[in-house]
Design a binder for this molecule. Structure first.
Ligand SMILES: [Zn+2]
Length: 690
C-alpha cells in the first residue's frame, strides 16, 4: 500500500462481476469472501478488482445512503475481501460504477439521463436495454451522492487503486440539469440533429466531452484529496465507441494508467494494447472468461484465454480476466484452478518485462474522429447511434483497424499512438500513418509538420489534414467525389506501387476520394478514375451490380512529396481501409518506400504470427505470438527473425523463461536467429555485450 507505482509490476488481475439484484432474499446470501479469495489464490492472481457497488446500485460495503445489498444482511464483504487479499499479498483495486446505477436512478428521477424524446431507458424494457438505469453526470444530486459514497469508501478502506466503470455518456442527455448547463455555457436550445458541418452541433459535442471529463476529474481528484497514493483509472474501452459516449483522448488525464474491457479478436487486442502502452506505459487489458458478458457458463478455451493473456504480456500490460458471480454468491472454483495453470506460466515471464516498444511506424488513432460525416442530418435518436450499435460507421477507426492488421500481417514494426504522442515524434518513430483522420487539431497538425520538417516520413489518406497540411502533402483541394465507389489508376511513375492494377483495371476504392491538384514538385503516382455514373444516378447505370471504371481524370489520387527533410505519400482515399490483399499491397508498398525498405527487425513468418520487441538497457525482449483464428493453433515451423542491434553487439540469445541459449549469427549490424517451432507464445531475450 501507499505505493502509487504498484501497477507497474503487477500483471495478473481478476474481476468478478457482481451486478446482482435484490428482489429475492436468496441473492448474494451465500457469498463467502474466503471462498472468493481462495479462488484468487488458486488462479495465481496478483491483484483483485473488487466490487464496491454494481450497476444494480447495491453496495457491498455498509455505504452511507442505505444501499447496502440486502442479501448480505449487514455483512461488509468488501472490507472482508480487501483484508483477505492483503493478507495473501494480493493487491486490490476497488470497483465503483458511475452513471450505470439503478438504485440511484430509482432514488430520484431528477438524477436520470433523459433522451431527446423525454424518456429514460428503464421505460423501454425491450428495445433499449431497459435493465440499466442511467444517472446524469451533470445532476447535482447525483454528483453529491457520488462524492458521499466514494469519500466513505476511500476513507474507510485501504486499497491500492480504484477503477471507475462507465464514465461515459450512454445517451445524448436532455435532462433539466444538462439543459440548464447548456443554456448557461453555450446559450439557446440543445441541438437534436447531428450535423458535423454545423458549429452549433460541434460546440455541443465538445461540451459533452468537456462535461464528462470534468466529472471524471471530480472523482479522481476526490480520491487523491483523501489518499494521494491511491491510483485511479476510468473505464477506457469506450475509445472504440462512437462520438455518442463523449470519450476522447483527454480521458487519459484523470487516469494514472488506462484500461478497459474488450471482446474483439487478436488484431484489435494488439491495437488496443499498443495504444494503451503509448498513452500511459503501464495498462490493464480486461476481457471476460466467457465469450461475452451475456453468457454465464460457456468458458473460453484454455488456449483462447492463454492467447489473450499473452497478447497483453507481450505488450508489457496487465491481463485482467472477468468472471461473474452466481446469483446466490457462489463461484466456479474449477475454472480458477484452470486459470491458475495459465497464470503460473505467465508469471515466469514477468521479471523480463519493461522497456520501450520497437516501432518504426506509428498509426495515429484520433479519438475526435469517431463519427461518420455522412450521418449529418440524422436525429440523435437514430437507432444507429444507440450504445453498442453495430450499424454506426466510423471510417477513421475502420481505416486504423485495417491498417494495423496489414502492418501486423506484413511484419512491419509498428505501434498505435494518440495525439499526445505526436510531441517530438521524430525522436521515436520514422513514419507516421494518418488514416482518414476527420478532425485533426491545429496543434496535432503542427506537430506533424515539425515531424516531417525534421526528416520524418508520413503516409496520409482521405480527409486527413485537408485544412492544415495541404502544403506539406503537396496538394490543393478542389472538392470530394460524389461517387462512393472510385478508382486509382497508376501512372508510369507510380507503377511499382500497384502490383495488381493498371490504368485499364485500376485499384478500387470503396468510398469517395478527394479531388485535388498537385502542387509544383509533387510527383503523381496515380490518377483518380471515376465510374461512368454517379451512385446517386439511380435510373441510369452501366452494369447492374457494379460501378466499373469509366472516366479517367487528370486529378492525382496518390502523390509523393518532399517537405523539409521529410517525405510524404498522400492518398486521396483510404487505401488501407479495405481489408483486402490487393489494397494492402499498395498500402504496404507505400509504407516500405517511406521506410527505405529498412526496419528495426525483419520477421520471416506467416501473417498470423506477430513479433513484438521491447528495447531495454541490456538488450531486446522479443515476444512472438501465434494469432491464428482457429485454436489451438497449428504449430509454425521455419520462423526466423533478424533484429537490428543499433550499434551494440550481441552476447547471447535466450529462450525464456528457461534461459535456453539459442544459436544466432551477427550480420549487417543485426542479430539473426531461427525460432524453435512456435505453438502459441514465445519470449526471447537478446542480451547485449557490455
Ligand atoms: Zn443530463
Amino acid at each position: 500500500m501507499n505505493n502509487p507505482d504498484w501497477h507497474k509490476k503487477n500483471y495478473r488481475r481478476n474481476l468478478v462481476d457482481m451486478h446482482i439484484n435484490a428482489w429475492d432474499p436468496e441473492f448474494m446470501s451465500k457469498f463467502d469472501p474466503k471462498a472468493y479469495v481462495d479462488c484468487m489464490i488458486a488462479a495465481n492472481v496478483s491483484c483483485c478488482m473488487v466490487y464496491a457497488n454494481s450497476h444494480a446500485g447495491y453496495a457491498y460495503w455498509p455505504a452511507p445512503d442505505g444501499n447496502h445489498h440486502p442479501g448480505l444482511k449487514g455483512r461488509d464483504v468488501f472490507g472482508e475481501i480487501v483484508e483477505l487479499c492483503h493478507k495473501n499479498n494480493i493487491e486490490v483495486i476497488a470497483y465503483y460504477t458511475l452513471v450505470f446505477d439503478n438504485w440511484a436512478y430509482n432514488r430520484d428521477p431528477s438524477w436520470r439521463i433523459v433522451s431527446a424524446d423525454g424518456t429514460s431507458d428503464m421505460e423501454h424494457y425491450d428495445e433499449r436495454g431497459g435493465r440499466y438505469g442511467h444517472t446524469c453526470p451533470n445532476s447535482e444530486g447525483y454528483r453529491e451522492f457520488t462524492v458521499k459514497q466514494v469519500s466513505d469508501l476511500v476513507k474507510r478502506y485501504d486499497f491500492e487503486s480504484i477503477f471507475f466503470d462507465m464514465t461515459f455518456w450512454p445517451h445524448v442527455c436532455y435532462c433539466d440539469n444538462c439543459k440548464r448547463r447548456y443554456e448557461k455555457e453555450l446559450g439557446g436550445v440543445m441541438p437534436r440533429i447531428v450535423n458535423w458541418n454545423d458549429p452549433k452541433w460541434n460546440a455541443f459535442q465538445a461540451k459533452r466531452e468537456e462535461w464528462l471529463n470534468e466529472y471524471a476529474f471530480l472523482c479522481t481528484n476526490l480520491v487523491k484529496s483523501i489518499k494521494p497514493a491511491v491510483t485511479v483509472n476510468h473505464q477506457y474501452s469506450t475509445i472504440t465507441q462512437s462520438w455518442l459516449v463523449g470519450v476522447t483522448e483527454d480521458h487519459t488525464d484523470p487516469c494514472d494508467y488506462v484500461g478497459g474491457d474488450f471482446y474483439a479478436g487478436p488484431t484489435e487486442q494488439g491495437l488496443i494494447c499498443k495504444l494503451f502502452n503509448s498513452l500511459t506505459g503501464s495498462f490493464e487489458f480486461h476481457t471476460s472468461r466467457c465469450l461475452d458478458l451475456r453468457d454465464h457458463t460457456t468458458s473460453k478455451t484454455a488456449e483462447h484465454l492463454k492467447l489473450q493473456s499473452c497478447i497483453a504480456l507481450a505488450h508489457n500490460g496487465a491481463f485482467l480476466f472477468i468472471d461473474a458471480i452466481d446469483p446466490a454468491g457462489a463461484m466456479n472454483s474449477d475454472f480458477y484452478k484452470q486459470m491458475g495453470v495459465i497464470l503460473a506460466e505467465f508469471s515466469e515471464y514477468e521479471q523480463y518485462l519493461g522497456g520501450t516498444i520497437v516501432a518504426d511506424a506509428a498509426v495515429l488513432f484520433d479519438m475526435w474522429s469517431k463519427f461518420n460525416p455522412r450521418d449529418s442530418g440524422k436525429s440523435v435518436m437514430d437507432p444507429g447511434f444507440r450504445l453498442g450499435s453495430t450499424t454506426v460507421k466510423m471510417p477513421h477507426l475502420d481505416a486504423v483497424v485495417s491498417a494495423v492488421r496489414a502492418l501486423k500481417e506484413k511484419h512491419i514494426p509498428y505501434t498505435v499512438i494518440g495525439r499526445r504522442n505526436l510531441k517530438n515524434a521524430i525522436d521515436k518513430y520514422r513514419l507516421l500513418i494518418l488514416p482518414d483522420i476527420l478532425r485533426l487539431s491545429d496543434e496535432a497538425a503542427e506537430d506533424i509538420r515539425a515531424f516531417v520538417k525534421a526528416g520524418g516520413r508520413v503516409y496520409a489518406s482521405g480527409r486527413t489534414g485537408l485544412t492544415s497540411l495541404c502544403d506539406v502533402f503537396g496538394i490543393e483541394v478542389l472538392g470530394e467525389t460524389e461517387q462512393q465507389f472510385t478508382y486509382m489508376a497508376p501512372t508510369a511513375e507510380g507503377k511499382h506501387y500497384f502490383a495488381d492494377s493498371t490504368p485499364q483495371y485500376p485499384l478500387a476504392i470503396h468510398g469517395s476520394q478527394q479531388i485535388v491538384k498537385a502542387k509544383p514538385g509533387a510527383e503523381t503516382l496515380a490518377l483518380l478514375t471515376l465510374p461512368y455514373t454517379e451512385s446517386t444516378t439511380k435510373s441510369c447505370f452501366v452494369s447492374i451490380h457494379s460501378d466499373p471504371p469509366g472516366c479517367s481524370t487528370k486529378n492525382p489520387a496518390l502523390i509523393f512529396n518532399n517537405y523539409g527533410k521529410g517525405k510524404i505519400i498522400w492518398a486521396a482515399g483510404a487505401i488501407e481501409a479495405h481489408n483486402q490483399g490487393v489494397q494492402d499491397r499498395v498500402f504496404i508498398a507505400c509504407v516500405e518506400e517511406l521506410l527505405d525498405r529498412r526496419t528495426s527487425f525483419v520477421f520471416e513468418a506467416p501473417p498470423a504470427a506477430e513479433a513484438i520487441c521491447f528495447a531495454q538497457d541490456g538488450g531486446v525482449i522479443v515476444s512472438v505470438l501465434s494469432t491464428q483464428a482457429t485454436l489451438p493453433p497449428v504449430t509454425a515451423h521455419g520462423l526466423r527473425i533478424k533484429v537490428d542491434l543499433k550499434g551494440k553487439q550481441c552476447e547471447k540469445v535466450m529462450l525464456l523463461p528457461a534461459k535456453t541459449e539459442i544459436k544466432y549469427i551477427e550480420t549487417d549490424g543485426a542479430v539473426q536467429f531461427d525460432l524453435p517451432p512456435l505453438e502459441l507464445f514465445q519470449m526471447f531475450k537478446i542480451c547485449y555485450r557490455d
